[in-house]
Design a protein around this ligand. Sequence first.
Ligand code: MEV
Length: 329
Amino acid sequence: MVTSSAPGKVYLFGEHAVVYGEPAVPCAIERRARVTVEERDDDRIRVHAEDLSLDGFTVEYSSDSAATPDVDVSESVVEAGMRYVDAAVAQARDAADAPNAGFDVVIQSEIPLGAGLGSSAAVVTAAIDAATRELGVELSTAKVADRGYRAEHDAQNGDASRADTFCSATGGAVRVEGDDCRSIEAPDLPLVIGFDGSAGDTGELVSGVRQLREEYDFAADTVETVGDLVRSGEQALAAGDLDELGKLMNFNHGLLAALGVSSRSLDGMVWAARDANALGAKLTGAGGGGCIVALDPTDETQTALEFTPGCEDAFRAELDTEGVRVEDE
Ligand code: MEV
């Protein structure tokens, strides 16, 4: 039995546009998904998952039978979650050359599912690390990141960037542009998160942006503009200029809203943060609901979010410099 963990993340800049080759800057945060994997003596997969927003569910299936979830959460959340677990198991089987390996998988996550804090990438990278170790194979961090990307690519119908899984695998602040992934220096960032208690379907949101981009020139231009803004953001980050970073985060939120991935509650939390004099605020991740990230060295934003209708949880997040790691072997 092996347990591995990997951190969630916030996007300072660049989600969605990164899928089309623009740069993005995600930062790992000290909230982790822990995945315990034990090999079975048949080819079945049994998954038990718990996170902040779920009381827990269990799904058991084999390659020739459909999953019959025993669930207390919406089927779409379970289905989306299972797509990622399935894809991670396929990568582990492939890496260990064990196509019929079956597993009991237990997921315990401090990151709400589908809320924009990178739960799927954290689960996928931790699951690949734990399942391959359980089969006697130790992958480098770079290989876990690469296989994690391939798993997300499969789970999101071919639309995924390397950003989420690279960040979960390596930790810290990273810069991703196409296949070029690297760690970058970041100053102390006073990050505040607001969570509306809901989840978006990353696959659906990504394909919505693709359709918009195909139909309207403005959407293709918006994606490119996000790229320009990320390049300015990198300079502000390198200079430790938090005021400029905040301004650029505000612009990035506006551009994401133009691409149709914000929501009433995300906009409400962004405006609550701005009214509380946050340096900047934006939705983070795929959008559609979930989380915003704000920059504020004072307590004002967190307090304002706590009193904002539609905000279920508000908390500070620290940068996590450690990526995927084995917890117990
Ligand atoms: C989702 O966390 C981030 C997106 O850019 C998708 C991706 O990069 O794969 C929306």
